[in-house]
Design a protein around this ligand. Structure first.
Ligand SMILES: Nc1ncnc2c1ncn2[C@@H]1O[C@H](COP(=O)(O)OP(=O)(O)O)[C@@H](O)[C@H]1O
Ligand SMILES: [Mg+2]
Length: 414
C-alpha cells in the first residue's frame, strides 16, 4: 500500500478504500481531476491483457480511451456517466461507469469497467429473435390479409359466371325491346306522315277513311297499349343491371386503412343476396324476418363477405329445393343476423371443426374449407361472435352477433 500511498497522496485516499479497490473483480481506475490515471487495480491489468494479448505488460491507462470525452463531461456535470463500448477484441463489450466529483476541495475522477460480453451477446440474441418473430408476425398478418382478399376474389370469380348471366338476361330483353320500339316508332312516324298530308290537303275530311285504314294496318291501337309496358320493362332491366354492378362494386371494395363506419347491415345482406341470387334462385325460397336494427360500426364489405359465405353454404346444404330463412334483430347493445337453411344439417361431432381453416366435407373444387374460418376471423375482429345450431337432416342456422359500437379502446386500425 505504500507504493500506492505515495502515488495517490495518502491523505486523500483511505487505506480501506484502496484495499477495497484492490479486492474488486471490476477494473477500477482512480484519476485526478484532470483525468490523469493515479491508480488501477489487478482486474484492470487483467482486462488490459485481454484487450492487448500481444503485449507483455499492457498499460491499463490505455483502457481509459474507451471513456469518451463526452462521458467525462456528463460525469462532471451530473456526477456520473454510464455507457457501453465495443472493443478491438471481437465480441468483447465493456460496460463503463465514470464518476466525477469534489472531495474536501479536491477534484476526483473514478472509472469502473466490466466485461459484459455474455450479457450483451444474450441481449443481442434476444433482440435478433424478437426481430425475427416480429417479421414472421408481420409476414403472417399480411399473408392472412392476402388470403382473405384472395378468398374474396376467388368467390367473386366463382360468382362472376352467375352474375354475368344475371346481367345478360335483362340486357337481352332491353335489347329486344329496343328493336320492337324501333318498329313502333317507324309505324307512329308513318301515321304522323299520314296526318300531315291530310292536314295540308284542302279537304282533310276526305282523308279520314284513308287514315283509318292506315291506323288499322299499322296496328296503332296495339302499339299504344304495348308501348308503356315495353318502356317500363326496359327501365326495370337497366335498373337491375345498375343494381348488380353497384352491389359488386360495394362487395369488392377494400376498406384498408379506413376507420370502421356505422353501416346498414340490412342493406349489406340484401346486396350480398343479390350477388349470390343466381346460385340460389333455382334451389331456395327466401324467407325474411327483419326487425328494425340500428347502424352497426363495421367494415361492411367484410361483413358482406361473412353473409356471402353463409349464404353460399346454405345453398350448398340444400340438395334439391329448400328454404333459406334470413333474420335480424337487436339485443341490448348488439345486432344479430341469422342465416338458416333446411338442408342436410351438421352432425354434432363435425360442428366443432367447421370453423377450422381448410376443414371441408365438400369435394375438391366445390369446397375450400376457408369460408367459415374467414367468417370467424372477420367477426372476431369486429368483437362479435358467430355460432351455429344444427340438426342433421333438419338444417342449420348460423348466427352472427356484432356490437353496435366498437369498444373505444380497441378500435382497430386494420
Ligand atoms: N349451412 C350448412 N349446412 C351444412 N353444413 C355446413 C353448412 N355450412 C357449413 N357447413 C359445413 O362446414 C364445412 C366448412 O364450411 P366452409 O368453411 O364454408 O368451407 P366449404 O364450404 O368450402 O367446405 C363445410 O364443408 C360443411 O361440412
Ligand atoms: Mg363455404
Amino acid at each position: 500500500m505504500n507504493e500506492l500511498g505515495d502515488a495517490l497522496d495518502s491523505t486523500t485516499w483511505s487505506e480501506d478504500m484502496l484495499w477495497a479497490v484492490a479486492m474488486s473483480d471490476l477494473a477500477v481506475f482512480l484519476l485526478d481531476g484532470d483525468g490523469k490515471l493515479l491508480h488501477s487495480n489487478d482486474a484492470a491489468r487483467v482486462l488490459a491483457m485481454r484487450l492487448h494479448p500481444n503485449e507483455v505488460h499492457p498499460d491499463p491507462a490505455m483502457l481509459l480511451s474507451y471513456v469518451p470525452e463526452q462521458g467525462w463531461q456528463i460525469a462532471v456535470r451530473d456526477g456520473r456517466w454510464i455507457g457501453e463500448a465495443p472493443t478491438t477484441q471481437p465480441g468483447l463489450v465493456l460496460e463503463i461507469k465514470a464518476f466525477a466529483g469534489r472531495d474536501r476541495g479536491r477534484c476526483r475522477r473514478f472509472a469502473v469497467m466490466s466485461d459484459i460480453s455474455v450479457r450483451s451477446a444474450r441481449e443481442g440474441e434476444l433482440r435478433r429473435r424478437h426481430d425475427e418473430l416480429q417479421s414472421t408476425y408481420d409476414r403472417l398478418a399480411s399473408a392472412q390479409e392476402q388470403l382473405l382478399q384472395s378468398e374474396k376474389m376467388a368467390s367473386i370469380g366463382q360468382l362472376a359466371a352467375g352474375v354475368a348471366h344475371e346481367i345478360n338476361n335483362p340486357i337481352g330483353y332491353v335489347h329486344s325491346n329496343l328493336g320492337t320500339l324501333q318498329e313502333y316508332v317507324g309505324a307512329l312516324l308513318a301515321l304522323l306522315d299520314g296526318y300531315n298530308t291530310a292536314l295540308q290537303s284542302d279537304e282533310p275530311t276526305v282523308s279520314r277513311p284513308l287514315l283509318r285504314k292506315l291506323r288499322d294496318r299499322l296496328d296503332v291501337d296495339f302499339i299504344v297499349g304495348d308501348l308503356p309496358k315495353l318502356l317500363e320493362e326496359s327501365r326495370e332491366g337497366i335498373e337491375r343491371v345498375t343494381k348488380i354492378v353497384q352491389d359488386l362494386k360495394e362487395f369488392s371494395h377494400v376498406e384498408r386503412d379506413e376507420p370502421m363506419r356505422p353501416s346498414d347491415l340490412r342493406k349489406g345482406l340484401e346486396s350480398t343476396l343479390n350477388i349470390v341470387w343466381n346460385d340460389l334462385k333455382y334451389k331456395a325460397r327466401i324467407d325474411k324476418h327483419y326487425d328494425e336494427v340500428p347502424l352497426v360500426e363495421c367494415y361492411l364489405s367484410e361483413i358482406n363477405q361473412v353473409f356471402m359465405n353463409l349464404l353460399i353454404n346454405a345453398g350448398q346444404a340444400i340438395a334439391d329445393r329448400g328454404l333459406i330463412t334470413l333474420a335480424m334483430g337487436t339485443e341490448g347493445d348488439e345486432v344479430w343476423v341469422s342465416v338458416g337453411d333446411d338442408g342436410v344439417g351438421i352432425p354434432e361431432e363435425v360442428q366443432a371443426r367447421i370453423f377450422d381453416p381448410f376443414y371441408t366435407t365438400k369435394p375438391i373444387g366445390r369446397g375450400t374449407g376457408l369460408g367459415l374460418a374467414i367468417a370467424y376471423r372477420i367477426v372476431a375482429k369486429h368483437h362479435g361472435r358467430i355460432d351455429v345450431s344444427s340438426r342433421p337432416g333438419a338444417g342449420s342456422t348460423f348466427r352472427v352477433v356484432l356490437p353496435i359500437a366498437q369498444p373505444v379502446l380497441s378500435r382497430p386500425r386494420k
